[in-house]
Design a protein around this ligand. Structure first.
Ligand SMILES: [Zn+2]
Ligand SMILES: [Zn+2]
Length: 325
């Protein structure tokens, strides 16, 4: 895992914005035509699709759920995500999780931070509590041998971006100094609802720069959040522009995981509502471009799509997979 280096050197080939001829044709083919030297590499990247699955019961049962959906990779919470109280993982459950995951060949395993944690908060008590919980959750992720730990940036609660940035960067420095494991922490982009931080690549880069611990932070790109924040992933041109911007601000090689979610709400809505793949505003063509883009096709795609009358992951997983060329 974490192998984006092979693509790094010639990445610029894929970051060109569409030229005059390609622009406005509505076809993504021209943009996705592989350069000869990358053809072999691209064919070597089998698609990895997975989903955020429940850990109800024992944590190792999440692996069985992932298998039942046909996942190649998976994301979980390491504990109940909506309360501060976390039940410690039993040692035998941790061993069983690692065994089942290995047997199933699930790669990568991603742990998502609980919702209550807010490293940007101006409230000193909540900040300390969030920092402690982040550290404990990261340790749990390491114990189950997760590959990545995804965190939202948080909300500055009206104290302003500068204060938010100072709060999260001091917390992350403390956490990463104390905890030096193989699990790579990824900051997830957000839709940019009121006071929330991390909806632009500039903001994410500002955090990475302020933390100033090279190699210790990466990026998880949520497609629905990006679209809702104003990055137009519905078109090939918009996708090319978005990736070029991500590269300019952060460096595309730091992108490690894609949360593949369609969006119920419009481009730039700043309203976070996930939709089934192809049923939302990004649409099937948008996702066809995303899963086949040379810079993205080697990455794991993790669904966080709804479970409703249309179904759940048993609907979305085959749809996303079928888009791969
Ligand atoms: Zn998330
Ligand atoms: Zn997400």
């Amino acid at each position: 895992m974490k192998n984006t280096k092979a693509m790094k050197n010639s990445k610029d080939n894929f970051l060109e914005e569409p030229n005059e001829l390609e622009r406005g044709t509505g076809s993504s083919e021209a943009l996705l035509e592989p350069f000869p030297e990358f053809k072999e590499l691209m064919e070597e990247s089998p698609m990895r699709v997975g989903a955020h699955v429940s850990i109800a019961g024992h944590i190792y049962e999440s692996v069985d759920r992932a298998i039942s959906y046909g996942c190649d990779c998976m994301q979980i919470f390491s504990r109940s995500p909506r309360s501060w109280r976390a039940k410690e993982l039993a040692e035998e459950d941790v061993i069983e999780f690692r065994q089942r995951r290995q047997n199933a060949g699930i790669d990568p395993v991603v742990v998502h931070i609980p919702y209550l944690v807010n490293l940007c908060t101006p409230d000193p008590q909540l900040h300390a509590r969030s920092t402690a919980e982040f550290t404990a959750d990261l340790a749990r992720a390491a114990s189950i041998e997760a590959d990545f730990f995804v965190s939202h940036v948080g909300s500055h609660k009206g104290s302003g971006q500068e204060m938010g940035l100072a709060q999260i960067s001091s917390a992350l420095r403390q956490i990463l100094t104390q905890h030096n494991s193989e699990v790579l922490v990824l900051l997830e982009n957000t839709s940019g609802s009121a006071n929330s931080m991390g909806h632009t690549f500039e903001q994410l880069q500002a955090i990475i720069e302020a933390v100033d611990m090279p190699g210790r932070l990466g990026i998880c790109l949520d497609t629905a959040h990006a679209f809702e924040a104003g990055y137009d992933l519905a078109t090939a041109q918009g996708l090319a522009k978005t990736l070029a911007e991500l590269d300019r601000c952060i460096g595309i090689e730091h992108l490690q995981v894609i949360h593949a979610n369609d969006s119920k709400t419009a481009l730039g809505s700043h309203s976070d509502r996930h939709e089934h793949i192809g049923k939302g505003q990004i649409g099937l063509e948008g996702f066809r471009n995303i899963v086949n883009h040379p810079l993205l096709r080697g990455l794991p795609f993790i669904l966080e799509t709804p479970h409703d009358e249309l179904g759940g992951y048993e609907f979305d997983l085959p749809v996303l997979r079928s888009l791969r060329k």
